[in-house]
Write a new protein. Structure first.
Length: 101
């Protein structure tokens, strides 16, 4: 599936979730996803930027400040991200023994 080749994998959906509502600096994204390495985060952000989903903005200050946000095209993924999050919450409830699902 084309969608999974663009936004699938272990980290891309999480990165998209972190920046879904607001612009974030690289360090903010990294802190929001502690297990991801700097190398992997950089690689995935570059891929998402290349695919037109994420916008990278460099501010000309010292040290350079780099911010990431969803493009207009990337924002079309919000309903899918919200649906996956809702499914996950339902799955957690259903997976708890003794709880009605």
């Amino acid at each position: 599936m084309t969608a999974l080749s663009v936004i699938g994998g272990k980290w891309k959906p999480i990165i998209l979730w972190v920046i879904r509502d607001e612009t974030k600096r690289f360090g903010e994204i990294r802190r929001a996803i502690p297990p991801i390495t700097q190398k992997m985060l950089t690689q995935h952000l570059r891929e998402l930027e290349k695919d037109g989903i994420v916008r990278r903005r460099v501010h000309p200050v010292m040290p350079p400040r780099v911010e990431y946000s969803l493009t207009a095209y990337g924002r079309t993924l919000r309903p899918m991200l919200d649906a996956i999050a809702a499914w996950g919450e339902g799955h957690q409830k259903a997976a708890r023994p003794g709880k009605a699902g």
